[in-house]
Ligand binder design. Structure first.
Ligand SMILES: *[C@@H]1O[C@H](CO)[C@@H](O)[C@H](O)[C@H]1NC(C)=O
Length: 284
């Protein structure tokens, strides 16, 4: 009691700082000398902390692969690029890593999906068996016959895009092909899964502002990957908020919100029943 009551806030801060410093040093020493991957080469920074990868991915716009290339030049075909990851620059190693499940079951590496908010999604679910059973349900949709049924829907959107290009041709207007193809992909996919598909191709500038924002969002994924607990809490809050909003929106505000947002920003983010008549191809 005597010790506790004599502690000042400064004292507590100093103790906390010393504790964190000691923990950090111990963690780095462990990763450098006692970790199962300790014997593999790589830069000291890459071997000691995940923040090194984060720095290059986030602040240098996804350029870590260039740093990895440099490390291969310096350390050879196998380098340790984060405390937990090896990178192999040797095509013949491919068949050793990627084997069928009769040779070995492979769990997905959790850091590949952590922080995205989609950890349970079929494509990136962690467990081999869970992925396999979920994927089994989806397989029929990807049969050749089923894909052929979708062909018209895709072709319709390709035609729409070409028509737009033809209209723009000769006007001197510059088209951002990235946004055009993004719109084509979005519309094609949504025509396969929604009764009222999106019409990004019909938007002026192929929804440029929307895709720019989407890109900004995707570029912040490294923050969530490095702090997955933060990502989970944010996602929970957003989901709860949206759920309560949804009921309200459906009933009352949808038409008004749609009108206001589309007027103010030019985005076309809501599905629109009126445009489904535009595509009356055999697949629809
Ligand atoms: C085209 O659009 C993409 C994605 O929206 C954007 O990143 C890129 O900077 C744009 N290109 C030009 C030349 O504006």
């Amino acid at each position: 009691m005597g010790l506790l009551s004599s502690l000042t806030w400064t004292g507590i801060a100093v103790i906390l700082f010393l504790y964190l410093a000691a923990y950090g040093i111990a963690l780095v020493l462990y990763r450098l000398y006692f970790h199962p991957l300790a014997d593999f080469p790589g830069s000291v920074m890459a071997r000691s902390t995940f923040l090194y990868e984060f720095y290059h991915t986030y602040f240098r716009e996804g350029s870590y692969y260039l740093r990895v290339k440099d490390m291969h030049k310096k350390y050879g075909p196998v380098v340790r690029i984060t405390p937990d990851e090896l990178h192999v620059d040797d095509p013949t190693f491919y068949n050793t890593v990627f084997v069928s499940s009769c040779a070995r079951k492979t769990e997905n590496y959790p850091r590949a999906s952590e922080g995205t908010g989609f950890e349970d999604m079929v494509a990136i679910s962690k467990s081999h068996d869970m992925h396999r059973s979920a994927r089994g349900v989806l397989n029929p949709f990807f049969s050749k016959a089923k894909m052929k049924l979708m062909e018209d829907r895709v072709l319709n959107r390709v035609r729409t895009m070409c028509t737009k290009f033809r209209v723009i041709r000769g006007t001197g207007k510059v088209v951002n092909i990235t946004n055009a193809i993004n719109s084509l992909t979005t519309d094609a996919v949504s025509s396969m899964i929604f009764a009222y598909p999106s019409d990004y191709l019909g938007a002026s500038d192929f929804n440029e502002v929307y895709f720019a924002n989407l890109k900004r969002g995707i570029m912040s994924v490294p923050i969530f990957a490095v702090l997955p607990w933060f990502a989970k809490s944010v996602l929970q809050i957003v989901m709860n908020f949206q759920l309560s909003l949804l009921t309200f929106k459906r009933v009352f505000t949808a038409p008004f919100l749609k009108y206001a947002v589309e007027k103010a920003t030019g985005w076309r983010v809501w599905d629109d029943a009126s445009i489904s008549t535009q595509y009356s191809g055999a697949g629809d």
